[in-house]
Design a binder for this molecule. Sequence first.
Ligand SMILES: [Zn+2]
Ligand SMILES: [Zn+2]
Length: 707
Amino acid sequence: MSLAVTRIRITGYANPVIRILTASMSLAVMRIRITGYANPVIQILTASMSLAVTRIRITGYANLVIQILTASMSLAVIRIRITEFPNRLTGCSQQACPGLNMSSPHSSSNIGISIAPKVGLQASDVLGSHFDSVEDAELWYNNYARMLGFGVRKGDMRRGKKSGRITIRRWVCHFEGVRDERQSQNCSRVREPRPITRTGCRASFRVNYDDSVGKYIAKEFRPEHNHNLASTNEVHFIRSHRKVTDAELAQAKALRHVGVKTCQFMDYMVDQVKGPQNLRFTCKDMQNTLDASTHAEVGDSDSDTTIAYFAAKSEHDPGLCFEYTLDDENRLRNLFWADCVARYDYQCFGDVLAFDATYKTNAYHKPLVTLVGTNHHFRTTVFGFALLANETIDSYTWLLQTFLSTMGNQKPVSVITDGDKVQKMYSKRCNWAEAYLRGTFFAGMRSTQRCESMNAYLSRFVQYKLKLYEFVRQIDRALRNICTTETFDEFKTKYSTPVLRTHLQSLEKHAAQLFPLKVFLKVRDEMLREGAVIEVKNVKAVDVALYTVTEFGTPTTCWNVIHNLQENHIQCSCQMMKSVGLSCRHMFHVLKVEQIEKIPDNMVLCRWTKKAKEHNTCRTTKLEVDTDVSEMARFSALSTACNKMCYNAAKNVEAYENALVEINRLTLTYEQQSEQDGLPNKKLRMGTKLRNPAVVKTKGEMCSRKL
Ligand SMILES: [Zn+2]
Ligand SMILES: [Zn+2]
């Protein structure tokens, strides 16, 4: 359609639906102006129509539907002007008649056009119309059907023997035909048969190719239906009218890349178009289209693409480790990865390792295992991720062995996971399990709760249907967010000093120098609680002092604190230092009694101090902007620029034509370019071809099970 000027002006409170549906239509000027309170639906549907001027002007309270349905019509001027209160439904069906002029200058009573709801086209209007292609004809018939309220199915088709060109194409109403009786009488059917919708409707449309003109000519048009037609607010449920456009798909994909789920996107779209009835697709349609598009992008090479993604990433991050196993059919079974930040964090905070599995994060139903710990800001820190083929002991054994070798065989002091699993694995005498039993240090972690909250956090980024390559990218996004949090914690620690509040001022001051803010607050809490400690007795030898203390409120519970005077080494029987790594109130009591103003070294565990990550050699501060993010940023910058250009170019015909030529030229250029480039960095292939993972059969449909 070539449209020189379109003006639609609506003022006042208006609820109009204006649809202009065209196929090869040339429209010089169109003006629609609605003022006052208006409720009109104006639909102009045309095929090969040439329209010089259209003016529709409605003022006052109007509640009308104007439909102009045409086929091969040449129209010089259409003017519809309605003033006052024409509370009518106006249907206007026009045949080919050049120079038509409709005008109703004053009141609704003498509108010179036919008034009838949903007046359709007659066969004589359509037969003989020309279409450039089958697609044009289909689009036109589809639009016509949508406007009228019925669905379209493809009917017969014939191709030319020599040319292969479609010579005959027919479309029918979606109620055409009748259900095969045998199908519904089949007793062995497990499912309830679908309700019968066929009514044997005979409405149809057919085009034949005409060699002499090189166009498709409408040869058959049956407008009569033997059933009710859908109303405007029902028509979007009809299957053939449900379609996700390329633009909508592009938008959905862009949002999916930043973790927006399909149902959230649907809410957004419904909001954009003011109600679901204006949307041309359902949530399911969108999901299917997204899946199909992902499949087209990744195809059968999801595993390859994922491994290639890691390979490409490891060029920027030499510390990145990824390991995977394959099954007999060359399918991806287990996958483990940890980037350099994770590996470095493990060096600093790997004394306690917790892991737990979560489900429904990817299209293959592979359980995702997150391996986490606690950093010196008391935040959960990620040591690595794994997607396992299943939850057998063998898979976990592979995971933990791979994990340890990736981490330079530095074993954790303690491992926290679900009890049953650990017992079973210990009975297999896996290499790592002895580490578990040795552990008494838990760094404040007692359960897999940290894993669970990490998994809950990750679930904001991933969704059930994600392919592997999408999945690992989403995980990367989540990691970047976690990293940002840590940077902020570091910043707060670096540039703020807590106000001293305890009675042990010099010790508190020393603690503030040693520990990051969150750890300091825990230490200070112990200092404050020192006030309740009561000394029961003390025994002093030459180089050892033994204190027995109790607390106000619990006089029957006693703790023994041993102070080695020579080494300035303090131990307490409450074991807080051993299990959490922080000094207890009983120890602070001894420091107070002995007038010691600095916290002795043995009361300070390096992993809790500000210096925990000081010998930082591997952390990359380089901000690696995700390619998706930068692509989206470029897209929005270009859109803004285009809007500005279009705004100015639309002001006069010459500029408009000029712009159109340039846009088409550029579009063609970039289309060819992107075809040549294919999908960059997805083209990367690794030696042998990997097959996609088999979908794991999960027991039941539980969302989150423990190990
Ligand atoms: Zn029908
Ligand atoms: Zn203690």
